[in-house]
Design a protein around this ligand. Structure first.
Ligand SMILES: Cc1cc2nc3c(=O)[nH]c(=O)nc-3n(C[C@H](O)[C@H](O)[C@H](O)COP(=O)(O)OP(=O)(O)OC[C@H]3O[C@@H](n4cnc5c(N)ncnc54)[C@H](O)[C@@H]3O)c2cc1C
Length: 137
């Protein structure tokens, strides 16, 4: 954890590990995708959308700084103020600009969040649909 509730993470980390570490400090990342075994670099390279994206935007909107390894091997920090063009195109950039190595993320105090689940085939079957609701009796 850094000051002001920000956290620095390596992009090789999986979100599950990042979330566990943040939770120990009573914090969480505002946007989580449905699959926590993805890597930080993997979701930030596609944008990263979750159930709270309608409020907080994409994961990339919650990144303050990023350390990028350019194709020539040079490592640079970028942000909205520093190397801003690199920052803009590296996030949600499908790895085309370079490899995201580390990021500084905004975090928020841990909050309970709703869970979205798609009902599977069992729920659609007559037996599944009636289960627990007194139907078919
Ligand atoms: C079951 C499932 C559910 C999903 N749900 C969501 C969801 O809810 N919301 C959402 O936004 N997305 C979702 N996705 C998409 C997922 O976020 C992307 O596929 C993401 O790229 C996967 O990350 P990964 O760690 O597996 O990446 P990898 O498969 O390892 O890499 C995918 C690509 O990401 C890029 N990349 C990876 N690491 C880096 C790095 N460090 N620097 C630069 N580029 C890099 C590369 O272009 C690479 O080819 C889902 C995918 C699956 C399979």
């Amino acid at each position: 954890m850094l000051e002001d509730g920000r956290a620095e993470a390596t992009c090789r980390s999986r979100w599950k590990r990042v979330e566990r570490t943040l939770a120990e400090a009573g914090r969480m990342f505002p946007i989580l995708t449905t699959l926590l075994r993805t890597s930080v670099g993997g979701t930030l390279s596609v944008g990263g959308y979750g159930v709270r994206s309608f409020v907080d935007g994409a994961q990339v909107d919650q990144v303050e700084r990023a350390r990028l390894i350019l194709p020539d091997g040079q490592a640079v920090w970028c942000s909205r103020e520093e190397n801003s063009e690199l920052f803009r195109f590296a996030l949600a950039g499908f790895g085309q600009i370079g490899v995201l190595e580390r990021v500084v993320l905004r975090t928020v105090p841990t909050r309970s969040s709703g869970h979205l689940a798609r009902r599977g085939p069992a729920a659609r079957s007559p037996r599944g649909a009636g289960a627990g609701r007194g139907e078919g009796r």
